[in-house]
Write a protein that binds this ligand. Structure first.
Ligand code: URA
Length: 215
């Protein structure tokens, strides 16, 4: 069984193979058995990242939602549909990107028959981090995009403020270009249709900046 501990990438899997000889497939298989925190107990499955190992562009969200947990794929629920729509408007081809999450199990609490999303805590983010580091080591994207505060603060530091720094490249050793923007779910939560439109347009503008970095 694969175990993950906080710390280096090489703690991520039982097999201490260096990162550059891991593949996304071996990582995905190892992550399927991850028990590094308790979230696996209530989740249907590990939702590993998806996309090509050669992708130049890598997106990091927070954690799978209800539909992602069931499907075993990132960003396929309501937030994923909005993300797809915005990507299309910004002329970014999702099939050429790698899409993943900071945390790979769905954290939820029951409310009636529904499973309600709960934000992962710092320990859960830290426990899952070796998987993301391993994905980054394999994909080595030119452009890394953090979607929302969990990804941005997890990767760029707890003081990072998406509202202040969104939509422009920030200094980071993680990739040649690193940009943070809002999480698509935050747009779905906008107070009314007008606010939603404004936030959606700002999100597309940030994605156009991302697209320009790839041109
Ligand atoms: N929200 C995320 O952050 N990731 C997903 O995969 C789905 C919703």
């Amino acid at each position: 069984m694969a175990t993950v501990t906080q710390g280096s990438l090489f703690d991520a899997v039982d097999d201490p193979t260096p990162a550059d000889t891991q593949t996304l497939e071996t990582l995905r298989a190892a992550a399927a058995d991850c028990r590094a925190c308790d979230l696996w107990e209530r989740a249907t499955q590990t939702v590993f990242g998806e996309g090509a190992a050669e992708a130049e562009l890598l997106f990091v969200g927070e954690q799978p939602g209800d539909q992602e947990d069931l499907a075993g794929r990132p960003f396929v629920g309501p937030a994923g549909r909005l993300f797809d729509e915005a990507l299309a408007e910004a002329q970014i081809d999702r099939s050429r990107a790698y899409v993943t999450n900071m945390v790979k199990h769905f954290k939820w609490e029951p409310r009636g028959k529904r499973r309600i999303h709960q934000k992962p805590n710092l320990a859960e983010v830290a426990a899952c981090r070796p998987w993301l580091e391993a994905e980054l080591a394999v994909v080595r994207p030119r452009v890394l995009v953090c979607l929302g505060a969990t990804a941005a603060q997890g990767l760029l530091g707890p003081g990072f403020r998406v509202t202040r720094e969104r939509g422009r490249p920030v200094d980071s050793h993680l990739a040649p270009v690193v940009i943070a923007t809002v999480h698509p779910s935050s747009i779905l939560r906008a107070a009314d249709e007008e606010a939603r439109r404004v936030e959606y347009d700002a999100f597309v503008a940030d994605l156009r900046t991302v697209a320009a970095q790839l041109a």
